[in-house]
Design a binder for this molecule. Structure first.
Ligand code: FPP
Length: 259
């Protein structure tokens, strides 16, 4: 690992929170970053291009974002590619985004695998065409033993739907009410076994959560930027992580000031 000398206070706080110390900046970085990739359409319109061109540029941006977060030592990256509500967009746009999922997997899978990245899918796979379901399942299987960065692609995903699906599973599992606690629910979400996001980033200027990881974001730090997703690059990532490093996380407690 390319650790530079982090300052001791940052290192102590990182240990306390379960954060890591960035090999690049030496600051605390989140273990898990989740991203609402917004602004593709406006990025394209600004350039006189069709919206689908914005989604294509946005898909290409995922690779460089993975690289930068990975360089910082982030362990999990969850990207919101297509929500349950996005099915209501005009069919040509929906089709274009579905094709981009295929293109992303075809172009990036070998590279992801060689970089020890483990792919997971959050959401309902069933509405996708059969051949694409198969491609997604194969990609997940191919990378299942990888131990590096965990890349979670939310596609046909909604936070409320995640909870509804978990509740259905626990009813199917015959769990009595007396045994239901937070872990019983967490274990049945798409994110089962993963740490909650420490940092949620939304590009594109809007400040809302849009049905993303509603349960998992209970104590996430939120970061909003005006950059459109295709423009969100290395420098923006470094700025977001620097901001995260300055946040005081209290998880509903009083934090260190109380001592
Ligand atoms: C929001 O921008 C973005 C989406 C609804 C789709 C995001 C999809 C990708 C980045 C590509 C798919 C990725 C994979 C891995 C398949 P918007 O269209 O709402 O932009 P706007 O707010 O400017 O209109």
């Amino acid at each position: 690992m390319r650790f530079e000398t982090p300052d001791k206070a940052a290192a102590d706080q990182a240990r306390h929170l379960g954060d890591v110390i960035s090999p690049i900046s030496g600051g605390r970085v989140p273990r898990h970053v989740a991203i609402i990739m917004d602004g593709n359409g406006r990025w394209a319109t600004q350039r006189g291009l069709p919206r689908a061109a914005g989604h294509r540029a946005g898909t290409e941006n995922i690779r460089r974002v993975i690289e930068r977060f990975s360089d910082h030592g982030v362990e999990y990256l969850t990207v919101y590619a297509f929500s349950t509500e996005n099915w209501s967009r005009p069919r040509p746009e929906v089709n274009a985004i579905i094709r981009l999922l295929d293109r992303f997997l075809r172009r990036e899978l070998e590279n992801l695998d060689q970089n020890n990245i483990r792919l997971r899918h959050f959401g309902h796979i069933e509405p996708l065409p059969g051949w694409l379901q198969e491609r997604v399942e194969n990609a997940i299987a191919q990378t299942a033993d990888n131990t590096g960065l965990g890349l979670n692609i939310c596609f046909s995903y909604g936070g409320r739907d995640d909870l509804v699906t978990a509740v259905k599973r626990l009813v199917e599992d015959g769990i009595p009410a007396s045994e239901i606690d937070e872990s019983v629910i967490s274990e049945r979400l798409y994110s089962a076994g993963l740490p909650d996001p420490d940092l949620v980033i939304r590009t594109g200027g809007d400040m809302r959560v849009s049905n993303f990881l509603l349960w998992q974001c209970a104590y996430s730090e939120l970061y909003f930027t005006d950059s459109y997703w295709p423009d969100f690059g290395r420098e923006d990532i470094d700025i977001a992580l620097a901001e995260y490093g300055r946040r005081k996380r209290r998880f509903g407690g009083l934090g260190d000031e109380s001592k």
